[in-house]
Design a binder for this molecule. Structure first.
Ligand code: IVH
Length: 683
């Protein structure tokens, strides 16, 4: 009803939802680095749509419900490259490499020496140095115009701010590739999965997402690497590409070691075949080998067409796909009862490792691909990391094969499996299901939780089978006698195991919360909850709103936590653990005048390091926050403050300079707003 007053809470909630959705749109469409799952996003969107339907007065023209995300513009400044950043012509077979060499032979009259470099799978960047001093970093963009990302480039450890032996070199445009090591991607994805965030599919996406962050501190935390391979203009005295690479190295830039000079282009095909086999042994991802005419003068002579130079070619490896047979389709039951179909394969070597299982995700996915037992299937690694089933080779299918049927009963406990309408996941809803109990216990004893590493999955399974463990709380009632019943368990090891369990009766509140296995709650979130509520009792009393107040938690997690604590299953689990004598230790709360206040630092301060400033905030009982929101109490901005400053201005969060921060520390009872210039004027 137009004109009808909209309740204050609804107005506030809608504003909050709009802000969050805009933020997620930006992450998704611009940074290509979503931080929430599609399901979570849809939930926020639906909530806003419902609010707006109930109160049409809330619907604004620029509401995320009214437009599609694609039309967003990027917040990075556009910069024109001095020389265009061209791409490379591709060769996808050896024949095409031979044709490239023939063209060179024709144009130059003989077979030129070639340099072979690895084709890094990262993000192309262009650095501008003035007399050896880094002045600008930019992305490739469309080749002519890129985005200015200098602050983020400075946050890539391997990139020097100053070049050595480069006095008087004037303006140099240096080009190369920023990339992420496979190991770093693995660690990043582990962290993200713990926080319930979408994983990066490969090193390139992760590098791109990390380099295009608004906050250089995030970029820094992503531990990116880089290799450089071009410099324009060529430095004095350098006449070949091979010399150029050595020069880049000499001035302190990272250059890939795996470069080869091939006189007369000889040995190219052996080299390509060799890398195709060895590429997976490298600590980073490559998608091919680049062949370049070595002599710079000849490069100039050959020139370029509108898109790519004629003096270079990128040989692209064929994607590594392998065929194998599905021996069986198993279903596994996870900690939360989710039932996942899993194809058991005839083991096969794909992209450097043996694959014997591949997840089929859920019933719909199996049906869409129509995977059946006995099928020949094509397997590849997504981003060279996670094995996936590409398709079934239907031509080879036997007549007797039958479509896969999701079992109706849980393979572990026999209870009926349930699929909620509209959901892709099938669940076993029996909380006493042995498979769920086992997964829950495996999580509970894991390193970040109660950390009982002597209690492995085999012993757990035996104890469950023998009826000694039907809930996690039973763990604390396990006796030496129970363990001695298990074949292979000696007296000494049983005694030690019982002692190890009993020694974990008083975990920190954070470990206890993590051990509960609440969906989406990883170690960091558990820590956040423990710090903010101090005790289990006050956390159990918290409302969704109070949870959502916590800086860094967000509405989705707040809801998940609240739901778990209020649910029958969750509260019973906690009560049982307490009854069994587990005593989560209240997190020591730092008392102080800034208790409950979040203070965010941005830019460099003159008189203290960031770590020192954070320690000062903590000593006052405050939280040093990592991002600015309406709940931020104050932002302390130093030199070269970035987007956080802009956000604070937009949201009206008080902004203090270092002097004002000092005054606040001296008189911590003052309100931060009263310290700012505007605050003083108002007084
Ligand atoms: S040379 C004018 N060398 O591949 C030639 N490019 O497909 C400029 N790349 O945008 C490129 N490793 O991002 C060159 N060793 C290497 C490379 C490399 C990766 C990327 C680069 C470029 C793309 C072209």
């Amino acid at each position: 009803m137009p004109g009808e007053a909209v309740p204050r809470e609804s107005r506030a909630r809608a504003a909050r939802l709009r802000q969050e959705l805009n933020h997620h749109n930006y992450l998704y469409y611009v940074l290509d680095a979503p931080e929430v799952t599609d399901v979570d996003y849809d939930q926020l969107m639906r909530e806003l749509q419902e609010l707006e339907a109930r109160h049409p007065g809330l619907r604004t023209k620029d509401s995320p419900t009214q437009r599609v995300g694609g039309g967003l513009s990027t917040p990075f400044r556009k910069v024109r490259h001095l020389a265009p950043m061209r791409s490379l012509a591709n060769a996808i077979s050896e024949r095409e490499v031979e044709q490239f060499r023939e063209r060179l032979r024709k144009a130059l009259g003989s077979d030129p020496a070639l340099v072979a470099e690895l084709k890094m799978d990262g993000l192309a960047v262009s650095l501008t140095y003035l007399d050896g001093e880094l002045r600008q970093g930019a992305t490739r963009g469309d080749g002519d115009t890129g985005e200015e990302i200098t602050a983020n480039i400075r946050a890539v450890g391997a990139i020097p701010a100053l070049l050595e032996h480069a006095a008087g070199t004037g303006v140099l445009e240096i080009r190369g590739e920023v990339y992420m090591l496979k190991q770093v991607l693995g660690e990043l994805n582990r962290e993200r999965s713990e926080k319930g965030l979408e994983l990066y599919a490969n090193c390139r996406n992760a590098a791109a997402g990390s380099l295009r962050q608004l906050d250089p501190e995030i970029t820094r935390s992503r531990r990116l690497s880089a290799f450089f391979y071009a410099c324009d203009p060529a430095p004095a005295g350098v006449t070949t590409q091979f010399e150029l690479l050595a020069w880049l190295e000499r001035v302190g830039l990272p250059v890939n070691e795996e470069r080869r000079l091939l006189p007369g282009g000889e040995g190219v095909s052996e080299l390509l075949a060799d890398w195709q086999l060895r590429r997976h042994l490298l600590p980073y991802e490559i998608d091919g080998v680049v062949l370049k005419v070595d002599r710079l003068l000849w490069q100039e002579e050959l020139g370029a067409d509108s898109r790519a130079p004629r003096w270079a070619i990128a040989y692209k490896f064929p994607p590594e796909e392998r065929e194998t047979t599905v021996k069986e389709i198993q279903v596994s039951v996870g900690r939360t009862g989710a039932v996942t179909p899993l194809a058991v394969l005839e083991p096969v070597l794909v992209a450097g490792s043996v694959v014997s299982h591949v997840t089929l995700h859920n019933e719909d996915q199996v049906r869409a691909k129509d995977v059946r037992v006995g099928d020949r299937v094509v397997i590849r690694k997504a981003g060279d990391v996670i094995p996936e089933l590409v398709r079934v080779v239907v031509e080879n299918r036997g007549l007797e094969s039958e479509p896969f049927q999701m079992p109706q009963a849980c393979p572990s406990c026999g209870a009926e499996l349930v699929r909620e309408p509209g959901a892709a996941v099938t669940r076993c809803v029996n909380p006493l299901c042995p498979a769920q109990v086992q997964r829950g216990l495996e999580h509970m004893v894991s390193r970040g939780a109660l950390d009982i590493d002597r209690l492995g999955p085999v012993v757990l399974a035996e104890l469950i089978r023998r009826g000694r463990l039907s809930s996690p709380a039973d763990l604390f009632r396990i006796s030496e006698a129970d363990l001695l019943e298990i074949p292979g368990q000696g007296e000494r090891s049983s005694r030690q195991l019982v002692a190890a369990i009993q020694a974990r009766r008083r975990p920190s509140l954070a470990r206890f919360l993590y051990a509960l296995g609440i969906g989406h709650v990883g170690e960091r979130t558990a820590e956040l909850l423990a710090q903010n509520f101090g005790s289990l009792e006050s956390l159990r009393r918290a409302s969704v709103e109070e949870l959502a107040e916590i800086e860094g938690l967000g509405p989705v997690l707040a809801e998940a936590v609240h739901h778990f604590l209020a649910s029958q299953g969750g509260s019973t689990l906690i009560d049982q653990l307490l009854e069994a004598g587990v005593q989560p230790q209240a997190a020591p709360r730092v008392e102080g005048p800034w208790r409950g206040l979040t203070v965010v630092l941005t830019g460099g301060l003159a008189r203290r390091t960031r770590a020192e400033a954070e320690a000062e905030i903590k000593a006052m009982g405050g939280n040093p926050g990592s991002s600015v929101s309406k709940r931020t109490s104050a932002v302390v901005a130093g030199a070269a403050a970035g987007s956080k400053l802009a956000t604070a201005q937009r949201l009206g969060v008080p902004i203090l300079d270092e002097d004002q921060f000092d005054r606040w520390l001296a008189e911590p009872g003052l309100s931060p707003a009263s310290l700012t210039t505007e605050g003083r004027q108002e007084q």
